[in-house]
Design a protein around this ligand. Structure first.
Ligand code: NAP
Length: 264
């Protein structure tokens, strides 16, 4: 199977680090022109430098802006131009006792994790439909279906994102544009590595630390290790490609078997 995205432009939100950065790299490796987004010009510049070192000759576009605001989203859409692939990757998370999460924080999670995806989809889907080809991918989480007691406010937004995906897939029905979500499981990012070391002995080397973490705190995982960001990116690159033309309205898991379900 050969994935060739040359001639396509992709916008990946929240792609200066973590899963988003790996997705940007994967799409660029497949030949796409990729717009990289974060809140500031500095963080986007650093990401572009790193990507350029990893993949000399990659076609990269700086698309800085806080997409949780109308003005920031507009700037990002202008920088990205006619994107054929939109990856709504941006998402924030953090453990908090459920009864301490007030209305403002609930609203903030909804604004950042759900409304940004809707806003960017609204900005790019009409052009994709006109050109009769496009891909919208929403990065959800195992927390969408296995709602964590310490992150109800996060889980709810990811459940909502599954609904947003399915709904916009209907909006795009029959147009050549597909809309899907990817259910990512516990993934080895900087933030998660810090989180692991808050729960296990800091003196343990990383491989051992993650094994202890998975055994004691994520025993449902069939993979029994954290997922690497590239493993999420691989699914996103496939779904972004012409090869995935018959997959739409779906929620596809890259969760290491974390969600105990026989359906995808
Ligand atoms: N990590 C996991 O284990 C895991 C598991 C399941 C699902 N997920 C999902 O995967 C996605 C990525 O997670 P991650 O852990 O890779 O994230 P992360 O490392 O925390 O990175 C967040 C990214 O979002 C950017 N960002 C934050 N607020 C922004 C805003 N308002 N506008 C534009 N960019 C913004 C940050 O860039 P700047 O700082 O440069 O602004 C950064 O590039 C999220 O949707 C998350 O829910 C993660």
């Amino acid at each position: 199977m050969r994935i060739d995205l040359s001639g396509r432009t992709a916008l990946v939100t929240g792609s200066t680090q973590g899963i988003g950065l790996a997705i940007a790299l994967g799409l660029a490796r497949a030949g796409a022109r990729v717009a990289v987004n974060g809140r500031t010009g500095e963080s986007v510049g650093r990401a572009l430098e790193g990507l350029g070192r990893e993949l000399p000759g990659a076609e990269l576009v700086a698309a800085p802006g806080d997409i949780a605001t109308d003005e920031g989203a507009r700037r990002v859409l202008d920088a990205a131009g006619h994107a054929d692939i939109l990856v709504n990757n941006l998402g924030i998370f953090g453990a908090r006792p459920a009864l301490e999460v007030d209305d403002d924080e609930w609203r903030h999670y909804f604004e950042v994790n759900v409304l940004t995806a809707v806003r960017m989809t609204r900005g790019l889907l009409p052009g994709m439909k006109e050109r009769a080809w496009g891909r919208v991918l929403n990065i959800a989480s195992d927390s969408a279906v296995v709602v964590p007691a310490e992150m109800i406010h996060y889980g709810v937004t990811k459940t909502a994102l599954l609904s947003v995906s399915r709904g916009f897939a209907k909006e795009a029905a029959g147009t050549g544009v597909t809309v899907n979500s990817v259910i990512a499981g516990p993934t080895h990012t900087g933030g998660v590595e810090e989180f692991v070391y808050q729960l296990v002995d800091r003196d343990l080397p990383w491989e051992e630390a993650q094994r202890v973490f998975m055994r004691e705190h994520r025993p449902q995982s069939l993979l029994q290790r954290l997922i690497e960001p590239e493993e999420i990116a691989n699914m996103v690159v496939y779904l972004s490609s012409p090869l995935a033309s018959a997959t739409t309205g779906g929620a596809l898991r890259v969760d290491g078997g974390y969600v105990d379900s026989i359906l995808p």
